[in-house]
Design a protein around this ligand. Structure first.
Ligand code: AHG
Ligand code: MN
Ligand code: MN
Length: 343
């Protein structure tokens, strides 16, 4: 497949998301184009979210002068805005049969006036929301399944599926630039938004995670509530052993997407373990852990809850949580040995 990277200055080598997906679909004779339309609609929605993220500081300043915007509406919080934007952009396209979002307690049906499609999507519209006001990187995460229910409309059954059945997953990171990283199960591709032409261009073809890294990423404020094994693992990465790159560097943004993106690029380990207060950790299985686990595996890394593969967990609830441990294969294996008392 032609995945020649976008090279700034060489306009003839541009590969947009649409072109990439269309090319992938052409390789599958049965493909209907439904999936590329879905991705195109999602790309449009997140471009608008990206624009709002870029304006957020400004809007806040204006918001202080008056509590409502020009049309008299209350200025929406960014996570509510992102949620509404994604739902509105995708519900009418005809590709989805149902959606689920971190912001909605129950599944989001496709209104009856719109056709019902063959896919179901879960998403976290704004990940890292505690970082918004500090101008720190935030993101959007999505996970896509094929529909399994048989009725006229999609049901909760279509979104509560194990991660290994995902047909696509990805995230959009609103960082120093906006990047969309996604997989359809054939490796991981990263597309950077070129704001001058409003298109996502292939900038990171075939992302692979280093086999071992030297960065650990975890909220150490929870240390006293961790299990003994995980505490000992963190002692291990902090101890001096130049031969294995220790002590590791500590990096924790507090936006999962930013921490996972760095882990994919530089290697190392990202963890949000369970603790005595929250035995299942904090992150949500279906729209946080599953999509990043799919991406990390596709990039050649490993993603588990310390004991089992994230993608093999049989879910029971849209909003259930799971401990999460992911990153470079060698690092995750070592962490698992500590967690399971083998070291
Ligand atoms: P969200 O903003 O969607 O609620 O997710 C926040 C998550 C995730 O982005 C991050 O990894 C984690 O919360 C940080 O939690 P702590 O503040 O407990 O470290
Ligand atoms: Mn989140
Ligand atoms: Mn969120």
């Amino acid at each position: 497949m032609n995945t020649r990277p976008y090279i700034p200055g060489d306009e003839t080598r541009i590969m947009t998301i649409q072109r990439y997906i269309a090319q992938e679909e052409r390789m599958h004779p049965g493909a209907t184009g439904e999936f590329s339309t879905l991705l195109r609609n999602l790309a449009l929605a997140v471009k608008v979210v990206s624009r709002e993220v870029r304006r957020a500081g400004l809007v806040d300043i204006l918001g202080k002068a008056s509590t409502s915007n020009v049309s008299g509406d209350e200025v929406k919080k960014l996570d509510v805005f992102a949620n509404d934007m994604i739902i509105n952009a995708l519900e009418s396209g005809g590709q989805l049969c149902v959606m689920a979002s971190e912001e909605n307690e129950t599944v989001i049906p496709i209104p009856e006036e719109f056709p019902c499609g063959g896919y179901a999507m879960l998403f976290d519209p704004l990940d890292g929301s505690s970082n918004i006001d500090a101008n720190v990187t935030i993101g959007t995460v999505f996970s896509i399944f094929k529909r399994v229910s048989k009725g006229v409309r999609g049901t909760v059954e279509d979104v509560v599926q194990p991660g290994y059945r995902q047909v696509a997953a990805g995230y959009i990171m609103y960082g120093s630039s906006t990047i969309m990283v996604f997989t359809t199960g054939k490796g991981v591709q990263g597309f950077t938004l070129d704001p001058t032409i409003g298109a996502f261009l292939l900038s990171h073809p075939d992302l692979t995670i280093p086999k071992r890294g030297n960065i650990y990423s975890v909220n150490e404020g929870n240390r006293q509530m961790w299990d003994e094994g995980f505490r000992r693992y963190i002692d291990y990465v902090q101890s001096d052993d130049p031969a294995t790159g220790r002590p590791y560097k500590g990096r924790y943004v507090g936006s999962m997407i930013a921490d996972v993106h760095r882990t994919i690029l530089y290697g190392g380990v990202f963890a949000y373990p369970g603790d005595t207060k929250n035995p299942e950790g904090k992150l949500r299985l279906l729209y946080e852990a599953n999509p990043v686990a799919f991406l990390v595996e596709q990039a050649g890394g490993r993603a588990t809850d310390g004991h089992r593969r994230i993608l093999d967990i049989e879910p029971t609830d849209v909003h259930q949580r799971t401990p999460l441990l992911l990153g470079s294969t060698d690092d995750v294996l070592i962490a698992e040995e500590f967690i399971n008392g083998k070291r």
